[in-house]
Ligand binder design. Structure first.
Ligand code: PMP
Length: 288
């Protein structure tokens, strides 16, 4: 059966979607997106995702028709595709207009949402952990907007792939290692959990937000500070990355240097278990 896609107000088979080459998403990367995890047919933390989507849209002054109900369309999309476990990708661009840098007037945003298959990391992959390299952060200064401009992230991730690593950690000169190319970074230093504060220089992940709440509930000491490259390579007993797809993934080596004893550490495991329990036990997954 053909995949059902939401496109500009209608649900349709994916083959029927037609997007203009003058769409500003295509020509300028002028748009925003969200990736939402679906488990047991429910959109995990949907409310948080839609709040972040609204913040991104507002930051770029992209106006959405008042009748567009993202929560409703996400639920209908999941149902129409019988999506049990996977991801929902959602993208909004400023719309179609003759090519000019300035924002066009009276333009209708292009909205598309569709399901994507996803394999959760297995418990073996969790135990083995992942590796990362550190690369310069070449992104712009509004990384808090979940914009379509992912070229610097894509280049960084490709460097990681060529180095045989899972993730590229982004290093900003004078600041430190802020996050991953598609994940947030956490380290454990002297028993304290350390992650970059929410600021325009990171995309504050939904998984990051939830983990910070869990860390506080579990009374894990926490510091929201950017970790320096030196601390990460020499002082971190544990490190892990987070995103909707991977949840919590331990880093066992960074730039070829073993983290801690080279296995997922106790705080990483404690938080990963707490995150899993939260999802397993939630009555309403959309509201976590
Ligand atoms: N940082 C960046 C740069 C990302 O692309 C992502 C993935 N969207 C994240 C962090 C993690 O965000 P989330 O937990 O919402 O998936």
């Amino acid at each position: 059966m053909s995949q059902i896609v939401f496109f500009n107000g209608e649900f349709m088979p994916r083959e029927n979607v037609q997007i203009s080459f003058e769409d500003r998403g295509f020509q300028f990367g002028d748009g925003v997106y969200e990736v939402i995890k679906c488990e047991n047919g429910q959109a995990l933390a949907l409310n948080r995702h839609l709040r972040r989507l609204k913040r991104s849209l507002d930051a770029l002054e992209i106006q959405i028709p008042s009748e567009l109900d993202f929560a409703h369309l996400t639920r209908r999309l999941i149902k129409a595709n019988s999506l049990h476990d996977g991801l929902v990708y959602m993208q909004v661009t400023r719309g179609v207009a003759p090519r000019a840098h300035t924002f066009p007037e009276n333009v209708k945003p292009t909205v598309i949402a569709y399901p994507m298959p996803w394999n959760n990391p297995t418990s073996v992959q969790f135990k083995q952990g992942a590796t990362a390299i550190i690369v310069p952060d070449e992104r712009w200064l509004r990384c808090d907007i979940k914009s379509l401009n992912l070229i610097a992230n894509a280049v960084a991730k490709e460097k990681a792939r060529r180095a045989g690593a899972t993730e590229a950690l982004l290093y900003r000169e004078g600041l430190g290692v802020v996050e991953g190319s598609s994940s947030n970074l956490f380290a454990v230093i002297d028993g304290t959990l350390v992650t970059a504060p929410a600021s325009p220089l990171i995309l504050s992940g939904i998984t990051r937000e939830i983990l910070l709440e869990l860390a506080s509930e579990l009374s894990i000491p926490l510091r929201t500070e950017v970790v320096s490259r030196h601390e990460l390579l020499h002082d971190a007993q544990e490190a892990f990355i987070t995103s909707r797809g991977i949840a919590v993934l331990p880093l066992v080596a960074i730039d070829g240097k073993i983290v801690g004893d080279g296995t997922p550490g106790p705080i990483t495991q404690q938080l990963a278990n707490a995150y899993k329990s939260l999802i397993d036990e939630a009555e309403n997954l959309e509201a976590i």
